[in-house]
Ligand binder design. Structure first.
Ligand code: ARG
Length: 584
């Protein structure tokens, strides 16, 4: 239950009671704290509606508000702005509720089923920097959506269909022609065949094969043939494909694990093919398929289009399916398997046209009910200082693993823990590195590009994951020390200073932050908020010596406040998929 929202709803009813029908009334955090904690600006709007002087309306409102004990310091400024503060006793009471149950400060929603398609990993290719944002954003949205009561499936939707796999197999064939996968007469069990290829090999094989195919037409043709053999589940080729996926998936999973990114569904593009016949029939019955040079296409142009809308290549002349078609088949698959109310696609903003095509075609074919929301959640890129996607020192594509190592080296140098245990130090450096990387990735609005600056991101001061972790650990240790000294704290008695009040008011703002996050599907508000809350709390912390405070009511109130901020930080860090080490 959100405290501010409740107040707002209550106010709306009360204004109705005095004859002012207002759509919404909002207590807006004031930027002139000397005048009041909040502002109410609706008198202006009502003045227009009722043809009255706004000051007159404001004074009617103030008269009504004065009857309510939770408000104090109500006054009118300028033409009709109302300044208003919340009474400390009321705040304290609400904070005591939050202390008992942190979810008291979170609005639960009506049950809704959501599939989040995120990560974007492709089989037999290394995850690279470009994959960080999708994984981070999707995981964060998944965790938040669950927290507010939605039922959510995270789906990796692996890129495991199409030419890259044919290229990889062709190159393997050239390297190891004697492998039984390429022997038509082989009678044994393919699963038992020893494969001389590791994931590291796969990561080298694909770029090599891809480069060759660009120069050598014959090589490309051979790869095409192998690709269709795989897609037609031809003995040997198909079995090798399964083995490649196994190796690759294991590695992809390891990288995601290290980022605290987890999936409920490890399906791939290829899994959707099972639904292709049904998909074809739906499109065909609706007359949506047009012949085009042996292929079938779906035309999507509409008169009102402001930008070109190319048709979908539904099925190619050789029978293989395009990226759009596997995405359409996946929608059908999800309808049958999870039957979601919404599907969110956390994918690079450069794929927006692809999703426009897919969604439009899905609507034409009524693939899902019209109430089902298909949403493209596009994101910008992580760039280097040159404004281009962040690269390795020699100018190559930066693998995600290498990026994580880079940040780990940096945080290792910066953490100050006192330990001789090397493994422990490494483990902490890892957790701090993940925090820095994910926090910095969450800070900019998802749609904007940002520049990777390791010095800035791994700094222990400033708006960084390290700063938040350090501060959170310090809260925890204060609470632990209090317990060790036998201090019981479970009730807040009062608010004793302005900075405490600021902490309290910031806490009340959490539900708004969550609303915006769900609406914009971007983690920036959460990242900003956690920094704000932490910084204000730290100001309080440096102003006061909690444990040696003699007034015991004050001391327990301060500990409760600390506890709430600590728990709120844990909750939000968990949403960002950031683990808090014991110490750092
Ligand atoms: N694997 C794709 C790529 O690397 C991204 C997949 C995004 N999800 C989707 N349903 N198309 O571009």
């Amino acid at each position: 239950m959100s405290i501010l929202k409740n107040i707002n709803n209550d106010l709306k009813e009360r204004l109705k009671g005095i004859g002012y029908d207002v759509e919404n009334i909002n207590l807006l955090p004031s930027n002139r704290k000397d005048l009041g904690d909040f502002q109410i600006n609706e008198a202006m709007q009502l003045a227009k509606k009722y043809g009255k002087n706004p000051r007159e309306i404001a004074s009617d409102i103030v008269e009504e508000l004065n009857k309510d004990e939770k408000f104090t310091n109500i006054n009118i400024a300028g033409p009709g702005f109302i300044n208003i503060s919340i009474n400390n006793d009321y705040l304290v009471n609400e904070l005591n509720h939050i202390e008992k149950d942190i979810d008291y400060n979170i609005d639960k929603r009506e049950e809704k089923k959501i599939v989040i398609d995120f990560g974007g990993a492709n089989v037999a290719k290394a995850l690279h920097v470009g994959h960080l944002r999708s994984a981070n954003l999707g995981e964060g949205l998944k965790r938040l959506a669950r927290r507010i009561g939605y039922k959510v499936w995270g789906d990796a939707h692996l890129g495991d269909y199409g030419r890259p796999l044919g290229l990889v197999e062709l190159e393997i064939k050239k390297m190891y022609p004697e492998l039984p996968f390429f022997d038509e007469n082989y009678q044994g069990n393919y699963e038992e065949v020893e494969l001389p290829i590791t994931n590291a090999d796969l990561e080298k094989i694909y770029p090599l094969a891809s480069a060759k195919s660009k120069e050598d037409e014959e090589y490309l043709e051979e790869a095409r043939i192998i690709t269709s053999k795989i897609q037609n589940k031809e003995k040997g080729y198909y079995d090798l494909w399964k083995r490649i996926i196994e190796i690759s998936k294991k590695d992809i999973k390891e990288v995601y694990d290290s980022l605290n990114v987890y999936y409920d569904l490890w399906l791939g593009e290829s899994d959707s093919v099972e639904y292709y016949n049904e998909l074809y029939k739906i499109f065909d019955d609706k007359g949506l398929l047009k012949d085009s040079e042996g292929a079938k296409i779906v035309e999507l142009e509409e008169e009102t289009d402001k930008a070109p809308m190319p048709p979908i290549l539904f099925v190619k002349s050789n029978g293989s399916l395009s990226y759009q078609t596997t995405d359409l088949a996946t929608i059908l698959q999800r309808k049958h398997e999870e039957n979601p109310d919404e599907i969110w696609y956390c994918v690079d903003a450069r794929q927006s046209l692809h999703f426009d095509q897919v969604f439009r075609a899905a609507r034409y074919a009524n693939l899902v009910d019209e109430n089902v929301k298909l949403e493209f959640v596009g994101f910008g890129t992580m760039n280097g200082k040159d404004g281009k996607p962040f690269k390795t020192r020699d100018g190559g594509v930066m693998p995600l693993k290498e990026l994580i190592n880079l940040v780990e080296e940096e945080t290792y140098k910066r953490i100050v823990i006192d330990t001789k245990d090397e493994a422990e130090k490494q483990e902490i450096a890892h957790k701090v590195a993940i925090a820095c990387l994910k926090y910095s990735d969450s800070l900019p609005f998802r749609g904007t590009d940002y520049i990777f600056e390791i010095d800035k991101f791994a700094d222990m001061e400033g708006k960084t994951g390290a700063y938040i972790l350090y501060s959170t650990i310090r809260m925890k240790s204060l609470l632990k020390k209090a317990k060790e000294q036998g201090i019981e704290y479970n009730k807040m008695h009062s608010i004793y200073s302005d900075v405490e009040k600021e902490v309290a008011l910031t806490l009340l703002n959490l539900p708004t932050v969550i609303d915006k996050t769900i609406e914009n599907k971007s983690l920036n508000e959460v990242a900003e908020y956690i920094f704000k809350l932490t910084s204000i709390y730290n100001k309080f912390y440096s102003d006061n010596k909690v444990l040696i405070e003699e007034d015991s009511n004050k001391k327990t109130s301060w500990l409760v406040l600390t506890d709430i901020v600590y728990k709120t930080n844990l909750l939000l860090l968990d949403i960002l998929g950031i683990e808090v080490p014991e110490k750092m």
